[in-house]
Design a protein around this ligand. Structure first.
Ligand SMILES: Cc1ncc(COP(=O)(O)OP(=O)(O)O)c(N)n1
Ligand SMILES: Cc1ncsc1CCOP(=O)(O)O
Ligand SMILES: [Mg+2]
Length: 507
C-alpha cells in the first residue's frame, strides 16, 4: 500500500514574495517568509537583489539581472499554485516590466504591492527610475498597495503629507492610479500618539489606529505588514479584515520584541514567531488551569442587584457557586478602589476554596492586587496587549467582541476567551447595541478563541443561544437571571441543569 493511500491530500495557501534579501534578516525576503509562516501560509521567494544589511543600515546592494529574476519567477509559477504575489524591493525598471508581464501571463489572482523605495535606515533601495514602472505597470495590477508616508509622497510627485486629511487625499489619488485598495501607513506622522493608517477601498475610508509601540526594533515592519496581508488574502480573508489582522499582528510582535537586543545599530529586528513562545508560556504557566469548559455558566455580579436583595457581594458569589456557576466575574462599577479590593480579596478566597476561577471586570490593577485569576476587558478598556504585559502569561484575559475583526484581534493579542454580546436586549448594561443570534454566530464562526455569549440571557432563551452549535461557543454569561432573583442558588442551579442537558444531548 502506498504511503499516501487513504490519506486526504493537503493544500496550503501560498504567497510568492518577489523582493530583496536582507542579510540581517529583519526585513526583505526573510521578514516575508517569517510573516507568512506566522500566519500559517507557505511562502516561496524570488530574489530581486541581495543587500549587505544590518541594524546599522545598508552597506551594499547587488541587483539580480532581470533575466535571472524571470527565470526564478518561471520556475515557481510553472510548477506551483500561487495564490498571491507580494512585491517588495524591485531595484530596476526592467525587473518591474518582466514581473508585470509574468503576472499577466500566469494570471496570478491577487497582487499585494509594498512600494519599497527607501529602507528604514534611509538608504535608497529602488531609485527614481523605477517610479514610472510602479505608476504605469504595477499599480494597475495591484489589489492593494501599502505605501508609508514617504512612499505615498514619492508616488504622487513629492507632495507633502502632514495630516490624516493629507493621508486620505493621498489614498484617493493612489487609488486613481489604478490600485484597487490603498493602505497609507501613518507610522511616521508627526504629533500623533497612535499609529494611524488610512485604508481606502475606492468607496469608503477606514481610519485604523493602534498604539504606537515605543521600541528600536521596528526594522521590517513594512515588509511584514504587506506579507501578512498577502498571507491572509491567500487564506481567503476579505481585504479589510486581512489588513486589520496584519496590523494587529505587527503590533503584537513589536510589543513582544520591545526589549529584544539583536545587533548594535539603531534599528533592530523583531520576533515574528513570538506566538510560539507565548504558547510555550501558556503551556507552562499557571493559567494552563484555564479550561474553556469553565465558560459554561459564567456568573457576572452586580452590586445594585445585591443591594436590592440585601446581600453582600461575598454572599452573592458564594450562592452562585453553590448553584453551579463555573466561573465568576466581579463587575463593580461604583465602589472606590480600596473598597473594591477589599471585596475582591474576600471573593478570591471564596472562589479558590471551591476551585472556581474569579475574574475582575475592567480593573487590571485590582486583579493584580487581589491575585484574582484574571480580568475581563471591553473594547474601550485596557487593551489586551497591555493587560497581558502587566498580568503575564499565567492569568486569564477575556475581551468583549461584537465583530469577527475584533475576535481576530483578540486572538492575535493573546486573549484567552471572548465575551460576545449583548446578544439580546438588557437593562443591565445601557447604551450597548445588541448583535442578536446572527451577530453571535458570525463571531463564533470566525473566532479562534472560545466564546461565551452575554446579554439578556436566562433560562427562557439559553437554549436558542446554545443551539447555534458553533464548536467554540462554550456557554452563557449572566447577570440579572442569577443575581436579580430572590434565590441566587436556585436560579443558578436551574440554569446550570438546563445547560448541562443541552451539552449532554449535543454529544
Ligand atoms: C463575559 C463578559 N463579556 C462581556 C462583558 C462586557 O464587558 P465590557 O464590554 O467591558 O462592558 P462592562 O462589563 O465593563 O460594562 C463582560 N463584562 N463579561
Ligand atoms: C455586561 C454586559 N455586557 C454585554 S451585555 C451585559 C449585561 C448582561 O446582563 P444581563 O445578563 O442581566 O442581561
Ligand atoms: Mg469594561
Amino acid at each position: 500500500m502506498s504511503e499516501t493511500q487513504g490519506s486526504a491530500l493537503q493544500w496550503l495557501p501560498h504567497v510568492l514574495t518577489v523582493a530583496g534579501s536582507d542579510s540581517g534578516a529583519g526585513a526583505g525576503i526573510q521578514a516575508d517568509i517569517k510573516a507568512c509562516a506566522a500566519a500559517g501560509v507557505y511562502c516561496s521567494s524570488v530574489i530581486t537583489a541581495v543587500t549587505a544589511q544590518n541594524t546599522v543600515g545598508v552597506q551594499g546592494v547587488y541587483s539580480i539581472a532581470e533575466e535571472f529574476v524571470t527565470e526564478q519567477l518561471r520556475s515557481v509559477l510553472s510548477d506551483m499554485k500561487v495564490d498571491v504575489i507580494k512585491t517588495g524591493m524591485l531595484p530596476s525598471p526592467g525587473v518591474i516590466t518582466v514581473l508585470c508581464q509574468i503576472i499577466k501571463e500566469f494570471q496570478v489572482g491577487t497582487v499585494v504591492v509594498d512600494p519599497v523605495m527607501v529602507s528604514t535606515s534611509g538608504d535608497i533601495l529602488s531609485g527614481p527610475s523605477t517610479l514610472t514602472g510602479f505608476l504605469e505597470q504595477l499599480l494597475p495590477l495591484a489589489d492593494i498597495v501599502t505605501p508609508n508616508l514617504k512612499e505615498a509622497s514619492a508616488l504622487l510627485g513629492g507632495i507633502s503629507l502632514e495630516t490624516v486629511g493629507d493621508m486620505r487625499s493621498a489614498a484617493k489619488s493612489i487609488h486613481d492610479l489604478g490600485a484597487r485598495n490603498v493602505l497609507v501607513k501613518g507610522g511616521d506622522l508627526r504629533g500623533s500618539s497612535d499609529a494611524i493608517d488610512i485604508f481606502f477601498d475606492g468607496e469608503q475610508f477606514h481610519e485604523l489606529s493602534g498604539p504606537r509601540i515605543i521600541t528600536r526594533n521596528t526594522h521590517g515592519t513594512g515588509c511584514t505588514l504587506a506579507s501578512y496581508i498577502a498571507a491572509e488574502l491567500a487564506k481567503g480573508t476579505p481585504m479589510l479584515l486581512a489588513v486589520q489582522a496584519a496590523k494587529s499582528f505587527v503590533e503584537s510582535a513589536l510589543l513582544f520584541s520591545k526589549d529584544l537586543v539583536i545587533g548594535s545599530g539603531p534599528q533592530g529586528p523583531f520576533d515574528h514567531l513570538y506566538r510560539m513562545k507565548k504558547h510555550q508560556n501558556d503551556i507552562n504557566g499557571p493559567n494552563s488551569r484555564f479550561s474553556a469548559d469553565s465558560l459554561l455558566l459564567y456568573a457576572v455580579t452586580d452590586s445594585r442587584m445585591n443591594r436590592k436583595w440585601s446581600r453582600s457581594m461575598a454572599e452573592a458569589v458564594k450562592a452562585s457557586i453553590e448553584g453551579g456557576a463555573t466561573i465568576v466575574q466581579l463587575r463593580e462599577k461604583e465602589a472606590e478602589t480600596g473598597k473594591f479590593i477589599d471585596i475582591a480579596v474576600k471573593c478570591v478566597a471564596i472562589c479558590r476554596s471551591y476551585g472556581v476561577p474569579l475574574l475582575i471586570n475592567d480593573r487590571v490593577d485590582v486583579a493584580l492586587a487581589c491575585d484574582a485569576d484574571g480580568v475581563h476587558v471591553g473594547q474601550s478598556d485596557m487593551p489586551v496587549l497591555f493587560a497581558r504585559k502587566i498580568l503575564g502569561a499565567g492569568k486569564i484575559i477575556g475581551v468583549s467582541c461584537k465583530t469577527p475583526a475584533q475576535a481576530e484581534k483578540a486572538w492575535a493579542d493573546g486573549a484567552d476567551y471572548i465575551g460576545c454580546g449583548g446578544v439580546f436586549p438588557t437593562t443591565t448594561k445601557k447604551n450597548n447595541p445588541t448583535i442578536g443570534l446572527d451577530g453571535l454566530k458570525a463571531v463564533c464562526l470566525s473566532s479562534k478563541l472560545p466564546v461565551v455569549a452575554i446579554g439578556g440571557i436566562g433560562a427562557e432563551n439559553a437554549q436558542s443561544v446554545m443551539e447555534l452549535s458553533a464548536p467554540n461557543l462554550k456557554g452563557v454569561a449572566v447577570v440579572s437571571a442569577l443575581f436579580d432573583q430572590e434565590s441566587v442558588v436556585a436560579e443558578t442551579d436551574r440554569l446550570k441543569s438546563l445547560l448541562m442537558d443541552m451539552v449532554m444531548t449535543d454529544r
